[in-house]
Design a protein around this ligand. Structure first.
Ligand code: CP
Length: 312
């Protein structure tokens, strides 16, 4: 089997084909069902560079690398010599000397593509500005496939901050490989950036709305996103849209019996905690899958033979 991931960067979901997703899903299944540690990353080091806060992405990458027998080093903006004025380019060059693969989270759009040019080792985009979050999409699609048993044919609402949400753009690029119907639900001021989805718009059936309630009886997946205060230049604009959508028990009652709620997390008040026990709530499962999908990705990038180990 060909391993197209070997020694490659992952900066954008736009670089992934449906076959790439299917390979990642198959490898993830094997990692989960094997219940054992694969040693495919033994002696290899993951360099984690996080210039924005993260709980899930950073720790699931670290945990995935340990699961595969490797180790990790990490740096944050507070602790690095960027505080002394060192450039991002030099920082990446240096950390790539000490690591075999790097994951970068950075507030700027284009940061991971820039880092890929600077690095001598493969770069994984762990979230770049408002642009993309590719590994989130791998776990999002994997969760849909596991929990709904398919992706083709699903009716999927993406709800909340569609303007600044990087998970939203990566998810749309990923879904453009499948036959799905998308409902983009947001306040007027947080509508999708149409220029960012120009090239995939023709591949997807898309309906835009400000009202979630009107579509609840149609939807298979409700993908909720946080309205991100930190992305607003004008905080008054944030307070106008804060709390626009709340997936509370009354909303859940109107959902289709087998539909699911996803969220990349962290959440604020868009999903109250008393919804967590609902059979529809799959966002913690989604976060758990993040470790295994990231392990699949790390193993395939680092070890060309992983694809054969896993199929034997
Ligand atoms: N979903 C996600 O990227 O979470 P973190 O910001 O905690 O990594």
């Amino acid at each position: 089997m060909v391993n197209r991931f070997f020694e490659r960067n992952l900066t954008s979901v736009r670089d992934l084909t449906r076959a790439d997703f299917e390979l990642l899903f198959n490898v993830t299944d094997k990692i989960i069902s094997h219940h054992a540690t694969y040693d495919v990353c033994r002696g290899k080091t993951l360099g984690c560079i996080f210039f924005e806060p993260s709980t899930r992405t950073r720790l699931s990458f670290e945990s995935a690398m340990l699961h595969l027998g490797g180790n990790t080093i990490e740096i944050s903006s507070i602790l690095s010599s960027t505080q002394k004025g060192e450039s991002l380019g030099d920082t990446i060059k240096i950390i790539s000397l000490y690591s075999d693969i790097l994951v970068l989270r950075h507030p700027l759009d284009g940061s991971s593509k820039f880092a890929a040019e600077m690095s001598t080792k493969p770069i994984i985009n762990g979230g770049s500005g408002t642009e993309e979050h590719p590994t989130q999409t791998i776990q999002d699609l994997y969760t849909m496939k596991k929990e709904m048993k398919k992706i083709d044919g699903l009716k999927i609402a993406i709800v909340g901050d569609l303007k600044y949400g990087r998970t939203v753009y990566s998810l749309l690029y990923g879904l453009s490989n499948y036959d799905v119907t998308i409902y983009l639900i947001s306040p007027e001021s947080l509508k999708i950036r149409t220029d960012s989805i120009y090239e995939i718009k023709k591949k997807l059936q898309i309906l835009e709305s400000t009202r979630l309630d009107d579509h609840l009886d149609d939807l298979d997946v409700i993908y909720v996103t946080r309205i991100q205060k930190e992305r607003f230049q004008d905080k008054e604009e944030y307070f106008k849209v804060k709390g626009s959508y709340t997936i509370d028990k009354n909303v859940v009652k109107k959902m289709k019996r087998k539909s699911i709620i996803l969220h990349p997390l962290p959440r604020l008040d868009e999903i109250p905690h008393n919804v967590d026990r609902s059979i529809h709530a799959k966002y913690f499962k989604q976060a758990e899958y993040g470790k295994y999908t990231r392990a699949a990705l790390l193993g395939l990038i680092i070890n060309n033979g992983f694809v054969n180990d896993i199929s034997s």
